[in-house]
Design a protein around this ligand. Structure first.
Ligand code: F6P
Length: 343
C-alpha cells in the first residue's frame, strides 16, 4: 500500500481544506494512505504528521484556513534541513509528497524534486501569481471577500461623504485588486503592473466629485511602489518584505495636494478567509483529485495547473522563479470600464 503525504505551506487561503478532502477521498479510493504533515515544511522537519481519511475530512471542505496548519519555514535555510526531510520521509515509508502553496512552497518542492524526491505541487495563493497556471486555489474567494467587505463600507462612505482608499493584498501583483475594482466599479485602481499617474488620479476623482459623486472609492494593491514611501527591511525566511501600509502613504500624498481627507481601510486577513466560493470548491476538488491521478501515473516533479479551463501538469522546475502578473488585456478591460479614471 502506497503512503502519500501532503503539506500546506506559506499564506493560507480558502479552498485548501477542500483540496485536502479531495486528496483524502482519491487516495482512499486508490487503496492508499494519506498522511497530513503539520505546519508546512516545519512538520516534515519535526516529524509531525497524522492520517487524513475520508471520514476525518468529512466536514472540512467549506472551512477556510488549513486544518494542517502552515508556516513560512524554508528547509533550505536550516542546517541539515533537507537531510532531515529525507530521513523523515524514509522513516514514515512515504513514497511521495504533495506540496500545496505559493511560489515559496512550490520553489522548495521544485528544489527537492531536483534532488530526486518524489514531489507533486498544487498552486495555492490568494495572490494568483504562480507561473504556468491560470488559477491558484484561494483567489476567487479572496476577490469575493474584498467585494463583500467593500460593499459593506460604501454606504457608510456615501452617507458621510467620505472618500476611501482600500488597500488589498497580492504581493507584487494586482490580480485581486484589479478583479475587485471591476466588481465594485471603483473610481480608480492602482496596481504594481501600472505605474501610478498621480495627476490622473487626482483629476479623475475631481471629475467624479464635480459629477456629484458623494464618496470616491480608490483601490490600491499593497505591492505598489511609491517614490515617496519606503518599506521596512524586515523579511521572512524566503526574503519577502512585509508590505502593509502603502494606502496611508498614498492618502497622505493626495491630501497634501488637494486637501481631501480619506478614510483608509486595509482589508488584511479578511481576504484569506471566508467560505470558499462555489468556483473555489470545484477547482479545489479537481486539483486535489488530479494530484493523486499524477501520483498514480508515476508523474513526479510536476505542478497541477489549470490552463484554458482544463487541468494540466507543468514541471516544477519550470515554475519557480517566474511570476505571473496581470496581463495588459485585463488592464485594458478595467481601463475601458473606468477603473483608471478618465483620460
Ligand atoms: O502571499 C499571500 C499573502 O496573503 C500576501 O498577499 C501578503 O502580502 C502576505 O501573504 C502576508 O503574509 P503574512 O501572512 O506572512 O503576513
Amino acid at each position: 500500500m502506497e503512503r502519500v503525504a501532503v503539506l500546506t505551506g506559506g499564506g493560507d487561503s480558502s479552498g485548501i481544506n477542500a483540496v485536502l478532502r479531495a486528496a483524502a477521498v482519491s487516495a482512499d479510493e486508490a487503496g492508499w494512505t494519506l498522511l497530513g504533515i503539520k505546519n508546512g515544511w516545519r512538520g516534515l522537519l519535526d516529524d509531525d504528521l497524522s492520517e487524513l481519511t475520508p471520514k476525518n475530512t468529512e466536514d472540512i471542505s467549506h472551512l477556510s484556513g488549513t486544518i494542517l496548519g502552515t508556516s513560512r519555514t524554508n528547509p533550505f535555510k536550516i542546517e541539515g534541513g533537507v537531510a532531515q526531510i529525507e530521513s523523515n520521509l524514509k522513516k514514515n515509508r512515504i513514497s511521495s509528497l504533495i506540496a500545496i502553496g505559493g511560489d515559496d512552497t512550490l520553489g522548495v518542492a521544485g528544489r527537492l524534486a531536483a534532488t530526486g524526491l518524489p514531489v507533486v505541487g498544487i498552486p495555492q495563493t490568494i495572490d494568483n501569481d504562480i507561473f504556468g497556471t491560470d488559477y491558484c486555489v484561494g483567489f476567487d474567494t479572496a476577490v469575493n471577500q474584498c467585494v463583500h467587505a467593500i460593499d459593506a463600507m460604501v454606504p457608510s462612505n456615501n452617507s458621510h461623504q467620505k472618500d476611501m482608499i482600500v488597500e488589498i493584498m497580492g504581493r507584487d501583483n494586482g490580480w485581486i485588486t484589479l478583479s475587485a475594482a471591476l466588481a465594485v466599479q471603483a473610481d480608480y485602481v492602482v496596481i504594481p503592473e501600472r505605474p501610478l499617474e498621480l495627476d490622473r488620479l487626482i483629476a479623475s476623482l475631481r471629475e467624479r466629485k464635480e459629477e456629484g459623486r458623494r464618496a470616491c472609492l480608490v483601490l490600491v494593491a499593497e505591492g505598489i511602489e511609491l517614490p515617496w514611501h519606503s518599506r521596512g527591511e524586515v523579511v521572512d525566511a524566503f526574503g519577502n518584505k512585509a508590505l502593509e501600509g502603502v494606502a496611508h502613504a498614498m492618502a497622505a500624498k493626495v491630501t497634501d495636494q488637494t486637501d481631501w481627507q480619506f478614510r483608509v481601510q486595509i482589508l488584511g486577513f479578511v481576504q484569506r478567509g471566508g467560505r470558499p466560493t462555489a468556483l473555489e470548491m470545484k477547482n479545489s476538488i479537481e486539483m486535489g483529485q488530479y494530484a493523486i491521478e499524477l501520483l498514480k501515473a508515476g508523474e513526479l516533479g510536476y505542478m497541477v495547473a489549470r490552463r484554458e479551463g482544463r487541468l494540466a501538469r507543468l514541471a516544477l522546475k519550470d515554475v519557480s522563479g517566474k511570476k505571473c502578473v496581470v496581463p495588459d488585456a485585463a488592464i485594458a478591460i478595467a481601463e475601458r470600464y473606468g477603473c483608471f479614471g478618465k483620460r
